[in-house]
Every structure is written in C-alpha cells, then in structure tokens.
Design a protein around this ligand. Structure first.
Ligand code: ZN
Length: 271
C-alpha cells in the first residue's frame, strides 16, 4: 500500500502547535531526501513510541498521524511525556516495501549480544545466556539515525513499537512484550473486539504466541534495546496487514493509551 510521505510530513509538521516537531535526521533514498520526525510532548514520566520500521506496515504511522492530537490530550492529562517517532522508514512507507529503497533492513540492529568470548549475535534463542550486550553501531541509515536519537535520552518509563504482520492471513493481532504480562493481557482482551488474537500459534519459523497472544523474543530490536536499558514495559504490537485499517487504528489506540497509563504509573517499582 504505497503512501505519500510529502503529505504525511505536511500533516506531522502541522502538529507544531501542540508538540515540538523536530527533524532528527534526513536520509536520501533513490535520490530523494526524506526528513525524519520526532514529536515531543513534555511530561513527568516518558513514553517512547516508534513505528514504520517496515514500509509495508503503514497502520502504525497512519494511526500516529491521524490521532496524534487525541493521543497528546490523553498523555497531557496524565502528565506523561511523549517522544514519538512516527515513520522511521519513509522510502519503504512510500513504496509499500518492507525495506528501504536501498534494500537495507531498518528493523533490529539496535544491539548485539556476546554469547561466548568474541562471539556476537543479533538475536538470542529462547533462554540463551549471554555475557553482555552492547549498542550496535552499524546498520541501515534509518536505524543509525533513530538509534542515536533514542540513545541520547534517559530510558523512558515505557516503550511501544507499532508494527504489522504481512504474512499471516485474516484480521488478527499479537504482540512481542517484555515485563509484567498482566497489563498486556488487558490490552489484548480489549483488542479482541477488533481482530482475532493469535493464541498458542506459530507466527513464523522461530516464534509462537502464548495463550494470551504474547511472545518474548530477544531480537536486537528497539524493544529489546529498551528491555536491556531497564524499561519496565516494552512491547512491539502486531496487527496483520489484512486487518481493516479502522480496526488497526482501534487496536493501536488501545495499546497507545494503555502504554500512556503504564508510563503514568511509573514502573520501576514506584506506584
Ligand atoms: Zn514489522
């Protein structure tokens, strides 16, 4: 589903009256220069929202653009600060392709694990032990740009990454999460009104969901990075691309509001 990023950028810039709109970098893909945006709303505790790592997963970037004002009101009422990276891979978004126009893969590549002396890996198998992790320094230009911007700030109270699944059929949802599962189960129950929750099923060659539609997977992604940075609530939400856009918006907003509530609660043991 190709999108118009120029129009998208115009709408994001239009939020300058309710949030700080910054270009954290620009990338050139196929001779076209793309501004990369961060929307910042001040608050006492912080939520970071990322979306659009994969270009053929437009729902997250579209929810954040279309509903930003509602999201900002909800966050402000709870004194939660937002840092929103609404569309991380604009050339993929524009072309409707998973990767960027150079064919690089902007997801993952936030960190590496040393699993044995001198052996560094991007993902851990289930329960695999490791010696240490380190922020990765390479990767696609979009990843380097957002990673260095995110890493400039202290770890937030919560972090939500919004994806879609372009492989599984039908209107469905599941999530990759770290931390206490109780609030995530509530989000999933609310989301079940809009799409089938994928429970106890394989989602790919590596992962299967638990009875609540949740997966834990250390994949070197931004969510994994936030886990390792001590963020108590970190998740990557998935709706299938076969899910109608209005249902995706509803599910994304359930999780966005839920994560604002979690950030307001504070995490890290405070109440
Ligand atoms: Zn994705």
């Amino acid at each position: 589903m190709p999108q118009n990023y120029q129009e998208y950028a115009r709408r994001i810039r239009g939020y300058a009256d309710i949030a700080e709109v910054n270009e954290y970098a620009r990338v050139v893909e196929g001779g076209v220069e793309y501004p990369l945006f961060r929307l910042t709303l001040p608050g006492d505790r912080w939520l970071v929202i990322t979306s659009g790592f994969h270009g053929e997963e437009p729902a997250g970037p579209l929810t954040l653009c279309q509903y930003f004002e509602d999201i900002a009101v909800y966050a402000r009422e709870r004194r939660v600060g937002l840092r929103v990276y609404p569309c991380i891979n604009p050339s993929g978004f524009e072309d409707g392709t998973r990767y960027n126009r150079s064919g690089e893969k902007p997801n993952n590549d936030f960190l590496r694990y040393e699993t044995a002396p001198g052996v560094w890996k991007g993902e851990l198998t289930r329960d695999e032990a490791f010696l240490r992790w380190a922020l990765y320094e390479g990767g696609p230009k979009e990843t380097r740009a957002v990673r260095s911007d995110i890493a400039r700030y202290p770890a937030p109270a919560a972090a939500l990454d919004i994806h879609q699944d372009n492989y599984l059929p039908g209107a469905a949802t599941y999530a990759y999460t770290f931390g206490d599962k109780a609030p995530f189960r509530r989000h999933m129950e609310a989301a079940a009104a809009y799409a089938r929750v994928i429970r106890n099923e394989k989602v790919d060659e590596v992962n299967r969901t638990d009875p609540d539609g949740l997966i834990e997977y250390n994949d070197g992604s931004v969510t994994d990075f936030f886990l390792r940075s001590g963020v108590p609530f970190a998740a990557a939400l998935e709706t299938t691309t076969a899910t109608p856009l209005e249902a995706c918006h509803a599910i994304n907003l359930i999780w966005i509001r839920g994560f604002i509530d979690l950030a307001a609660r504070g995490g890290n043991g405070s109440t």
